[in-house]
Design a protein around this ligand. Structure first.
Ligand code: NAD
Ligand code: DAU
Length: 338
């Protein structure tokens, strides 16, 4: 049984990933997370008592804390999700993005090397490639051209991972995925924000003309891609992951309203995001051919499931919106969130 240290496991994708790992029953999982505003341990309530799961509260920029966590837990594998992940926040203030995404990644690489970690899986994003025009798709050879402070900081982390492989021969592999949706996503991101607002009959703020395109993937399909890379990916390589499901934002929003039976009059066009990338699209040929990965979900079916999940988890949504989710850590672990 290998021991996997997952950073950022209290976030959206990390919590879905941990649920899959625990479900497999073949790994011990250490969830290391600082519990920023985006970290929600309630999302892992169903696995928290499993004997193969443990939680460590630590900030990946805190060198002594990370050193101690690695020495105590001695992970075989690190899967690194922890990041500041929201583009709009990076436009307002890039500081935490540089600290966590760039500095924090180097701290983890150093601790992993010092503790002979056998594989470091770095979870990155298609945003490192910048923006596409109306045609074409990102391959692993597409030049890096990030356009927001978020994507620039993720690019910095990708390059540090690359350097750890080339300089030290450290066994790292990087994934770059497109836009995820599904259960437990923080409602600052397009799909959960629009679902929660529509359920409450609030306005749905669409940036610009709504014609920007994103390539959507259901979160568990992304997680299974990361698992395939963790198990079979080649050291030093990059693997793009994407659902080949391009949609204009306005079409996503109208589809959500149709599923919920709500009026399109809720749509409100608002000032565009500064530097808003026009279009993302992933060419997923490499991971399909080399690792045999395929997405299991179509956008149409999984979007409906996602709407149903939020509609049937109103308490989770309310506690996220009110901030009450932060009390969970205090009750469960007897410590205050500082
Ligand atoms: P999220 O914002 O939901 O979760 C981030 C998690 O990291 C939170 O639990 C937070 O508490 C933790 N964290 C933040 N700073 C930390 C620090 N300094 N130390 C320890 N923990 C810290 O993010 P997400 O949407 O789940 O994304 C996870 C990863 O996947 C990120 O690296 C992101 O760049 C990447 N990614 C996301 C998407 C997407 O569509 N959401 C797509 C491709 C790649
Ligand atoms: O492509 C992968 C990336 O996808 C990840 O690396 C990021 O962590 C993740 O946040 C996501 O970035 P985006 O900026 O594409 O996601 P977001 O949900 O913020 O926005 C999706 C699109 O919807 C984008 O074109 C902006 C638009 N939008 C977003 C919000 C929050 C709106 O029109 N209105 C909104 O209120």
């Amino acid at each position: 049984m290998s021991k996997i240290l997952v950073t950022g496991g209290a976030g959206f994708i990390g919590s879905n990933f941990i649920r899959i790992l625990i479900g497999q029953g073949t790994h011990q999982v250490v969830n290391l997370d600082a519990l920023t505003y985006a970290g929600n341990l309630e999302s892992l309530h169903d696995v928290a008592a499993d004997e193969r799961y443990s939680f460590v509260r630590a900030d990946i920029t805190d060198v002594p804390a990370i050193r101690t966590a690695f020495e105590q837990h001695k992970p075989d594998i690190v899967v690194h999700f922890a990041a500041e992940s929201h583009v709009d926040r990076s436009v307002l203030d890039a500081t935490a993005f540089v600290n966590t995404n760039v500095v924090g990644t180097q701290v983890l690489l150093d601790a992993s090397r010092a503790n002979s970690v056998q594989r470091f899986v770095h979870v990155s994003t298609d945003e490192v490639y910048g923006s596409l025009g109306p045609t074409g798709a990102f391959t692993e050879e597409t030049p890096l051209a990030p356009s927001s402070p978020y994507s620039a900081s993720k690019t910095g982390s990708d390059l540090l991972v690359r350097a750890a492989f080339h300089t030290h021969g450290f066994p790292c592999v990087t994934t770059r995925c497109s836009n995820n949706y599904g259960p437990y996503q923080f409602p600052e991101k397009l799909i959960p924000l629009m679902i929660m607002n529509a359920l409450a009959d609030k306005n749905l703020p669409v940036y610009g003309d709504g014609k920007n395109v994103r390539d959507w993937i259901y979160v568990t399909d992304h997680c299974k891609g990361i698992l395939a890379v963790m198990e079979k990916g080649r050291d030093g390589e990059v693997y793009n992951i994407g659902g080949r499901s391009e949609k204009r934002n306005i079409d996503v929003v109208k589809t959500l309203l149709a599923i919920l039976g709500k009026s399109e009059s809720l749509i409100t066009y608002v000032t565009d995001r500064p530097g808003h990338d026009f279009r993302y699209a992933i060419d997923n040929t490499k991971i399909r051919n080399e690792l045999g990965w395929e997405p299991d979900h179509t956008f149409e079916t999984a979007l409906r499931q996602t709407v149903e999940w939020y509609a049937s988890h109103i308490e989770w949504c309310d506690r996220v919106r009110s901030g009450a989710y932060m009390e969970y850590y205090e009750k469960q672990y007897g410590q205050r969130l500082g």
